[in-house]
Design a protein around this ligand. Structure first.
Ligand code: C2E
Ligand code: CA
Ligand code: CA
Length: 713
């Protein structure tokens, strides 16, 4: 193949060119040559025919513009740039190159050649161009790329896979440990994904996962890395982020965006997601510990009910045990009659009359007392037990309704799992038949989460229920997936506006009031009734009335009543309820009972926290404070909060926080940032009042200024 300096004899030359022809024709390889300036002077004809270009457009081009090394491939990247290799006039060995003429590197279809070349020299020893061979290796090379990507990426979604994100996390955590930098981890798991897979098929399920991956990537951007761990589990790594306010907002955004409907081919699907958050170094500073924390937080978030996020906290560890125990006890509770229903009136604003009673489940536990449905319904929903509880509720409520006036309806909550059970319409029919009450008196309260899965089946269930004559209400409207399109297609008689809008309608957030007005307007247009839930104060009543509300369910009119209370009320003959309650709604003052610490100068005092809001807290247990005293509250788990005493009443006092608290995802509040135990240790813990510190007597000691007193229970 290389040039021979002595002129070949005629026969030999013909033979050579025939061998060369065969070599090319058999596809073993092609030959090429350049001149001393690196311009292509020759390429086998069979090679030219595989290219998209005319020979005249290829021959004469500089070899560096025709070929390019693969800069995306780490194995190839280490190779010297092609131009460098050519210019050095060295031998080129088995170099994989991209045929780059007129083709951007991002193009889907690429041609890959493996080239080898030798420099040749004229009789004076001057460089006179290259002679080389080449072959097409596109297939093999693309397979190799795919395999190496496979090791790093999830083949379905293209996100990083478990292996690679774990490696990355190891790297970040070990690099950050020394410098005390933080790194947040979000563990995600899709709610109801299994149902999509089961009802719409795995292919649709796959499409859904791809779409979820895209949405996550769009939200996170370059703030962190998104990975798919497998199944419907995703992980987000966010280096240098420990602000729980920002993390909570991001988690909320993820939940909202992942919960938007998906259109997958001709199918529609809706899922939700739960998010668990762990933050290094506070919740773990090794990969395993941090992942375990985020996992536990995720688990807690899922157990808390629909789409929610949760931060890790050390008391989550026991949650699973408690849950399992509760589920066992709940079975017994149903058998042994520990469950009962209370009824909350829905009142017509204009007349004050009760138009409907919503049945709400209560569990009186023999030892632990009252357990709220918010705690036990989600547990029952994780097992078949919800079907039994639901059936019991429908039968019991219908039976009770028989004793009450015909014009008063009875509303019963139906879990999405019950609704999806094919026996559900039969259960309703049977309860109606047994009690003999008029079907139109029964209102089933459904939430948007029923719209998951096969729309034909959903439609069929709707038709069966409407066939029985019962009314249907869409509960908690505005909190879930909020697609108005359901309202048009589904046969609802009523919408219940969620309490969260009412909570904020008198606050700065004027948006809520507008949303309430819009929902009422919409349901009027669709000939539906609206009930506004959770009205607690007169200022809220005024706003919702002005926005067109006609029916109210809220503490301002009545809390849930026992059936005996309800009967008494109807027997009294006076059907009107007068609203009674505070003039102004006080949003985020929560009653708590929590032991906390208060640090002042060198001393650490114990106190009890009585109420907590974003901006401050009410405490008890320290005397001698003055207005304006600055304290550092230790709320546990590294949550230190600088605050100022604003009011004092004996051992009770109120403080205002320097930095407001943020939502913890579980209905509570937490500090934005935490102080790690290392920092606390390094700073040295202050002394308990009355105890001798390590330096006692060595220097002129201050005395504790205040006194701890035991706070009453
Ligand atoms: P929901 O269906 O949204 O019921 C309304 C909840 O808001 C009730 O809480 C009620 O006591 C509360 N509420 C009503 N007005 C006010 C107010 O003015 N202020 C405040 N702060 N709260 C108000 P409850 O009884 O704790 O029930 C919680 C949830 O548990 C219910 O929310 C419902 O989703 C579920 N649930 C209750 N009973 C059943 C049941 O029999 N079956 C099913 N599947 N779920 C149930
Ligand atoms: Ca309800
Ligand atoms: Ca509701």
């Amino acid at each position: 193949m290389t040039q021979s300096s002595s002129a070949p004899r005629f026969g030999e030359s013909a033979l050579r060119s025939r061998i060369l022809d065969d070599y090319e024709r058999l596809g073993i390889g092609w030959v090429w040559a350049t001149d001393r300036d690196g311009k292509l002077t020759f390429l086998s004809e069979t090679a030219l025919t595989t290219l998209d270009h005319e020979p005249k457009d290829v021959i004469g081009q500089s070899i560096e513009t025709i070929f390019e090394v693969d800069s995306d491939n780490p194995d190839q990247r280490t190779a010297r740039p092609l131009s460098f290799q050519f210019k050095s006039h060295k031998k080129i060995r088995e170099q994989v190159v991209r045929y780059a003429l007129g083709k951007p590197a991002q193009a889907v279809h690429q041609t890959w050649w493996n080239i080898t070349g030798y420099p040749i020299h004229d009789s004076d020893g001057n460089f006179d161009g290259y002679r080389g061979s080449a072959k097409d290796v596109t297939r093999a090379y693309e397979r190799q790329i795919a395999e190496s990507r496979l090791a790093e990426y999830d083949s379905l979604t293209g996100l990083a896979n478990r292996h690679s994100i774990y490696q990355k996390l190891d790297g970040v955590l070990s690099a950050y440990q020394a410098s005390g930098r933080s790194c947040a981890l979000m563990m995600l798991d899709l709610d109801k994904f299994k149902r999509v897979n089961d009802t719409l098929g795995h292919q649709v399920g796959d499409l859904l996962l791809v779409e979820v991956a895209q949405r996550l990537k769009a939200i996170i951007g370059d703030r962190g890395s998104v990975a798919r761990l497998g199944g419907d589990e995703f992980l987000v790594m966010l280096p240098d982020l420990d602000d729980r306010g920002a993390l909570g907002e991001m988690a909320d955004k993820i939940i909202q965006i992942v919960s938007q409907p998906y259109s997958l081919g001709d199918k529609r699907a809706i899922i939700g997601t739960s998010v668990g958050v762990g933050i290094a170094p506070f919740d773990g500073d090794t990969r395993d510990d941090l992942i375990r924390s985020a996992d536990l937080a995720l688990y807690a978030a899922k157990n808390g009910g629909r789409g929610a996020f949760r931060f890790y906290s050390s008391d989550l560890k026991d949650e699973e045990e408690v849950r399992q125990m509760m589920l066992d006890e709940l079975r017994i509770a149903l058998e042994e009659g520990q469950l009962h229903l209370v009824y909350q009136p829905v009142v017509s604003i204009s007349s004050g009359n009760v138009v409907c009673l919503e049945a709400l489940m209560r569990w009186t536990h023999p030892e632990r007392g009252m357990i709220s449905p918010g705690q036990f319904i989600p547990i029952a929903e994780d097992s078949d037990l919800i079907n039994n509880l639901g059936e019991w509720a429908i039968r019991t409520a219908c039976e009770k309704a028989k004793e009450w006036p015909e014009e008063v309806r009875i509303a019963i909550n139906v879990s999405a799992i019950q609704f999806a059970n094919p026996d559900f319409p039969t259960v309703v029919a049977s309860a109606l038949a047994h009690s003999g009450i008029t079907p139109t008196r029964v209102e089933l309260e459904l939430t948007e989460s029923i719209f998951v899965g096969d729309s034909d089946e959903i439609e069929q269930t709707f038709a069966q229920l409407k066939g029985l004559g019962v009314r249907l209400a869409l509960d908690d409207f505005g909190t879930g997936y909020s697609s108005l399109s359901y309202l048009r297609s589904a046969p609802f008689d009523k919408i219940k506006v969620d309490k969260s809008f009412v909570d904020s309608c008198t606050q700065d957030d004027k948006n809520s009031a507008k949303i309430i007005a819009a929902i009422i307007g919409l349901s009027n247009a669709l000939n539906m009734e609206t009930t506004v839930e959770g009205v607690e104060a007169f200022d809220q009543l005024e706003v919702v009335k002005e926005k067109g509300a006609k029916y109210i369910q809220g503490f301002l009119y009545s809390r849930p009543l026992t059936p005996d209370n309800v009967s008494e009320y109807f027997e009294s003959g006076d059907f009107a309820i007068d609203p009674a309650g505070p003039d102004v709604y006080r949003p985020d003052r929560r009653s708590v009972y929590r032991r906390v610490g208060a640090i002042h100068e060198d001393y650490y005092y114990n106190a009890v926290m009585r109420d907590l809001s974003r901006s401050g807290a009410g405490l008890e247990g320290i005397v001698g404070l003055e207005k304006g005293t600055q304290l550092v509250l230790d709320m546990g788990e590294g949550q230190l909060q600088v605050c100022t005493v604003m009011r004092i009443d004996g051992s009770e006092f109120g403080v205002e926080f320097e930095n407001p608290l943020v939502d913890d995802g579980a209905g509570g509040l937490c500090t934005r940032h935490r102080v790690s135990r290392y920092t606390i240790k390094a700073a040295g813990l202050p002394k308990k009042p009355g105890t001798a510190g390590p330096n006692e007597g060595k220097r002129n000691e201050s005395k504790p200024l205040f006194m701890e007193v035991a706070a009453g229970g």
